[in-house]
Every structure is written in structure tokens, then in C-alpha cells.
Ligand binder design. Structure first.
Ligand SMILES: *[C@@H]1O[C@H](CO)[C@@H](O)[C@H](O)[C@H]1NC(C)=O
Ligand SMILES: *[C@@H]1O[C@H](CO)[C@@H](O)[C@H](O)[C@H]1NC(C)=O
Length: 369
């Protein structure tokens, strides 16, 4: 045996070596193969998850957008219209003036002049404010929808990654979603009186010295409306207009959600506050400023087409006295506050390529935290 070993030692080693390394290679190969198929399975799972996330998010996003289009925006527009009609009631002024016209003794010349002056300022206040509020609110609601959609994507992906259970995905709390969308009411419920008074100041400044017998043509009207908008937007601090749209302190406004007020330490902010902060960040960005500026200018252009038609084309191009223009402008402000599904202004602004691009980028961007 030893003799054999001594003689064949080398051969035995070599044989064992070959068999050994073959086995090792086989093991390696098998492990590799198994790892590869594991990896492939994982990748397939991931892809399936991603598809699930995508379809889940898409469905939910469309759901939110549907709610915003069919409920939030129409509701907001209805409220806006009735509140503006309440707060800026031109019919009363007009009635008193008409009465003065047919019963000459009821108004002194000074009273009559004052009423006309008031009607002039309020008519311009109303038309420019209606245009501004319609544009801003429809953009704001779209900002909200996109922020919700963005959160939804991140939360759904996160939920899938940790539990692989779609039902348990940490979706945005329905309450927070609804409260966030409901915050679009702030301008109407809280901000409107101060907004009206700011626009009144702007209109008074721009219309100073304009007489009722002065002729307004297309150029002058266009110019006047833009100047009132500019005067309003450049009043006070930059982004002061945001204060009419959103509460400064979300906690105070969101009173229903802070019932556990015994907790005085600065707790981690609620989802609602987080959503509001993000909306505020978007609205104060220079990109939004550009979009808003462009949207308002486009809306003014469209409005000029409508006013021109209302006045009879030749008339406004040649110019008509301000006193004759005022009732047409009052009529125009009702068109601006039309139901959202029939509102041409909302459609025109939302369909602008620049606006589309802004929202595509907003949805794709991750929120700053
Ligand atoms: C909602 O409105 C937006 C903007 O006008 C539009 O792009 C979208 O298709 C609408 N979505 C639904 C579900 O109606
Ligand atoms: C419109 O009116 C303004 C001021 O009254 C005048 O300067 C301008 O030339 C007019 N424009 C047209 C196109 O008639």
C-alpha cells in the first residue's frame, strides 16, 4: 500500500485535484446559476411591483384629478361666483342711478357723480378680480392634484418595498387629501374681502381721472386691465397675493385636525401641513410666477376677444364712452365666473403648452424636504 502510494502519490494528488476543482467549479457554477435565477426572479418581481405601483398610482391619480375636475373646481367656481356677486353687487348702484335718471329729483348732481365713480371702480375691480381669481384658483387646484399624485407615487413605492403588500401600502390619508383639496376654499371663505379691497385700490389708482365720457378703445381697455393686474401683483411684498390664497398658519386653519392640542411640543408636522408647505413652495417659486404671469396675460387676451364681441366689433375698435362700456364689463365678469366645465378661460389656461410642461415637471420632481 505504501509502495503504491509512494509511486502514485503524484497521480493521486493530481486526480484528486482535478476532481476537487471540478466539484468546486460545479459548485460555483450551480451557485452562480441559482443566484442568477434568484436575481432574475427578483428583477421580475420588481418589474411587476413597478407595474403595480404605476397602474395603482395612475388609477388613483386619475381618481384625484377626477375629483378635482368634477367636484373641487366646480364647487370652488360656484362659491366664488356667488360670493363675488354678494360682495361686489353692481345691481344696487345701477338701480339707484337709473332711478335718479327717471326721477331727476332723487339724486343731487354730486351724489350722481359719486355713484358713477363708485360704479366705475367696482366694475373694473370685479372684472379684473374675477379674471385673477379664476386663473389662480384653477392653477392652484392643479398644483394640489399634482402634489397629491407625487406623494402617492412615493408612498405607494415605499409601501411595496417594505411589505410587498399592496393593501398595506401607506397611502395618503383620505382625510388629509380631502382637507388639502378643501383648502382651495380659503380664498373664498377668508381671503376675499381683503382681496377685493386690494383690487379696489389698484383699480382706483389706474382709473384716476378717467371720466365717464372718455372713449375707451380696444388698446386702452387692454392696457387698463393689464395695469390694474400689474398694480395689484406688485403691491406690498413679493408673493403678498399668496396670503389671499392660503392661510399663513396651516395649523390654525386646519382646526378640525388639531383636536389633540394638549400636545404643545412641536410635533412632527401632519401630512396636511406637509402638503400645504409643498403647495406654498411651488406657488412661491419663480417658475410658478412665470406661469401665472403668462396665464393671466393669455386670459386677458381671450377676454378682450369676448368684450369686443359683446360691444359689437366696430364700436370698441373705434372707442366707446366709458359709461357705455361699464355694463358690458359687468356682463363680462359673469362670463369669467362661468361654471368650470363651460368656462373657456379655465380651459384656455390649462391647455397652454407652458402650463402643461410646468405640471409635467412638477409631477416628476421630488418634493424638497
Ligand atoms: C382634469 O383636468 C385636466 C386639466 O384640464 C385634464 O388634463 C384632465 O384630463 C382632466 N382629468 C379628468 C379625469 O377629467
Ligand atoms: C385708442 O385710444 C388711445 C387713447 O385714447 C389712442 O391714443 C389710440 O391711438 C387709440 N387706438 C386706436 C387703435 O384707435
Amino acid at each position: 500500500m505504501w509502495e503504491f502510494w509512494r509511486r502514485h502519490k503524484r497521480k493521486v494528488y493530481v486526480t484528486l485535484g482535478v476532481v476537487g476543482s471540478g466539484y468546486l467549479l460545479y459548485k460555483l457554477y450551480d451557485g452562480h446559476r441559482r443566484r442568477l435565477s434568484d436575481l432574475e426572479r427578483e428583477l421580475a418581481d420588481e418589474r411587476r411591483n413597478e407595474e403595480l405601483i404605476r397602474s395603482q398610482v395612475k388609477a388613483h391619480f386619475e381618481n384625484i384629478q377626477g375629483i378635482a375636475n368634477s367636484t373641487t373646481l366646480p364647487h370652488v367656481m360656484r362659491n366664488l361666483r356667488s360670493r363675488i356677486e354678494e360682495e361686489l353687487d353692481l345691481a344696487l348702484l345701477t338701480e339707484r342711478l337709473m332711478k335718479g335718471k327717471y326721477q331727476p329729483n332723487t339724486l343731487t348732481a354730486a351724489e350722481k357723480l359719486e355713484l358713477w365713480e363708485r360704479l366705475k371702480i367696482l366694475t373694473f375691480t370685479r372684472i379684473v378680480l374675477s379674471l385673477w381669481a379664476t386663473t389662480v384658483l384653477s392653477l392652484y387646484i392643479r398644483v394640489q392634484v399634482n402634489i397629491l399624485g407625487r406623494h402617492l407615487y412615493i408612498d405607494t413605492a415605499h409601501g411595496l418595498g417594505t411589505s410587498c403588500q399592496l393593501d398595506e401600502a401607506d397611502l395618503i390619508d383620505r382625510d388629509d387629501e380631502q382637507q388639502f383639496l378643501a383648502s382651495a376654499d380659503y380664498l373664498i371663505n377668508v381671503g376675499l374681502p381683503a382681496l377685493i379691497s386690494s383690487f379696489e385700490t389698484a383699480a382706483s389708482e389706474v382709473l384716476k381721472g378717467k371720466q365717464l365720457k372718455d372713449f375707451f378703445n380696444t388698446t386702452l381697455l387692454h392696457d387698463t386691465v393689464l395695469r390694474i393686474l400689474d398694480t395689484f401683483m406688485s403691491m406690498g411684498s413679493p408673493h403678498h397675493w399668496l396670503g389671499f390664497l392660503m392661510p399663513e398658519h396651516f395649523k390654525l386653519y386646519n382646526s378640525a385636525a388639531t383636536s389633540s392640542s394638549s400636545n404643545t411640543e412641536p410635533s412632527p408636522s401632519s401630512k396636511f401641513e406637509q402638503l400645504m408647505l409643498e403647495a406654498q413652495a411651488v406657488l412661491s417659486s419663480s417658475e410658478f410666477e412665470n406661469i401665472l404671469d403668462l396665464s393671466l396675460k393669455t386670459a386677458v387676451d381671450v377676454m378682450m376677444e369676448d368684450v369686443t364681441v359683446l360691444c359689437g366689433e366696430t364700436n370698441l375698435k373705434l372707442g366707446i364712452p366709458l359709461a357705455k362700456l361699464l355694463p358690458r364689463l359687468a356682463h363680462m365678469s359673469r362670463i369669467l365666473l362661468e361654471e368650470s366645465n363651460r368656462n373657456r378661460y379655465i380651459q384656455v389656461v390649462q391647455d397652454m403648452p407652458e402650463v402643461e410642461m410646468f405640471f409635467t415637471l412638477l409631477y416628476a420632481s421630488t418634493p424638497a424636504s
